[in-house]
Design a protein around this ligand. Structure first.
Ligand SMILES: [Zn+2]
Ligand SMILES: [Zn+2]
Length: 375
């Protein structure tokens, strides 16, 4: 190995001492994109033996962090050139790694700084839950009537440029226009505006939930627009309340034995114009259908509420997984879950099955009843 080989690879080094066997070099070595100052003592040039290397402070930090690797290389290399090439390679990749880590932490710092300041803007009192990496945040607010509402925000690493994903408990989609400077506050203000608009809707549903027997959903949430309520013994009505006009006639679907529901359906069709938005849903139903809607036990009407039955007459439960007793006996009007009735009929010796329908005696009145074989 000649001195010229070394200069070919490291043109910014200068030698001192005899030109054939220089005792020292001074100059710069490129690590990554930066030229770092170095000073080499090379008592046995071109052999590596006895070489010492001093570097500028910045490069010393890099050298210190990969000392083990450099020691290994030092043992393997015999010439100064070999060693310097390996040295350059190891330090370059190390400095690249450090740059990446630094960039990442800068990025994270700006993400947290921004998110924290946006949370501060909307007020920490609204924050009920934050995941450890701040990617999922739950917010709570109360409306004028004291009802609590929850909003979940999923924040990506690109926040605030990247729009967060929002989940609400509203019966409508929350519309907002994302603004990375305002951050979460644009969601909150759109949300609270929406909550104000929905007050009447929830007033109507709260009144309904508090006064009558709601069969379904078992635990109504703020987003649910549908209620199935027990109208009278063996007849229930599934109503979808309009979000925009909650006091108007809801979409109604009567459920129960057809001999019981048919006359009520006729009344609904004939007298729907008598629906009075000034009255509650329950008063309207009672006036139009001429029934006394079964009141909830909580409403404290006493006595009456005990007499209704909506449960399945086989398993005595209201809910079987998610389904309600949807099949009614045409004779005694008892309601059953299809799987319960099917199992019951299968256990009877005088039941018969044809195609996918089973016929047998009603467990309640022993008259003929049939049901489809559950899927
Ligand atoms: Zn059942
Ligand atoms: Zn029956």
């Amino acid at each position: 190995m000649e001195v010229s080989d070394l200069y070919a690879k490291f043109p910014l080094l200068c030698s001192s001492g005899p030109s054939k066997s220089p005792q020292a070099f001074h100059g710069f070595i490129k690590i990554g994109d930066v030229d770092h100052e170095v000073y080499l003592k090379t008592p046995h040039f071109p052999a590596l033996k006895g070489m010492t290397l001093s570097t500028d402070t910045q490069l010393s930090c890099i050298v210190n962090s990969c000392q083990l690797q450099l020691l290994e290389v030092e043992e393997k290399c015999s010439t100064i050139l070999d060693y310097l090439l390996k040295f350059q390679q190891i330090c370059s990749s190390r400095s690249k790694e450090e740059q990446l880590v630094e960039d990442l932490s800068m990025l994270q710092n700006s993400f947290f700084k921004c998110l924290l300041s946006h949370l501060e803007d909307i007020g920490w009192s609204r924050v009920t839950q934050v995941s450890s990496d701040f990617s999922a945040i739950s917010l709570e607010t109360r409306d004028k009537k004291g009802r609590s509402h929850t909003l979940r925000v999923k924040v990506g690493a690109g926040y605030p440029q990247e729009e967060p994903i929002v989940e609400t408990d509203l019966p409508v989609d929350l519309k907002f226009s994302w603004n990375s400077v305002a951050g979460l506050s644009c969601i909150i203000s759109a949300w609270e505006e929406q909550l104000t608009d929905l007050q009447q809707f929830w007033d109507v549903l709260d009144e309904l939930d508090g006064s009558v027997l709601v069969l379904d959903p078992p635990n109504p949430a703020r987003r649910h627009t549908t209620r199935r309520i027990l109208l009278s013994n063996h007849v229930s009505v599934q109503m979808t309340v309009s979000v925009a006009h909650p006091n108007s006639l809801p979409q109604c679907h009567l459920l129960g034995a057809s001999r019981l529901t048919a006359p009520l359906n006729t009344l609904l069709t004939d007298k729907y114009e008598e629906w009075d938005p000034e009255r509650s849903i329950v008063s309207n139903l009672e006036a139009i259908l001429g029934v006394n809607v079964v009141k909830s036990r909580a409403a404290g009407t006493g006595g009456e509420a005990e007499e209704w039955s909506a449960e399945c007459a086989v398993c005595y439960c209201l809910h079987l997984e998610d389904s309600l007793p949807d099949l009614t006996c045409d004779h005694c009007s008892q309601a059953f879950h299809v799987p319960c009735l099917y199992e019951w009929l299968c256990g009877l010796t005088n039941s018969r099955q044809s195609m996918n329908v089973i016929f047998g005696e009603c467990p309640y009145c022993t008259q003929l009843i049939s049901c489809k074989v559950p899927a």
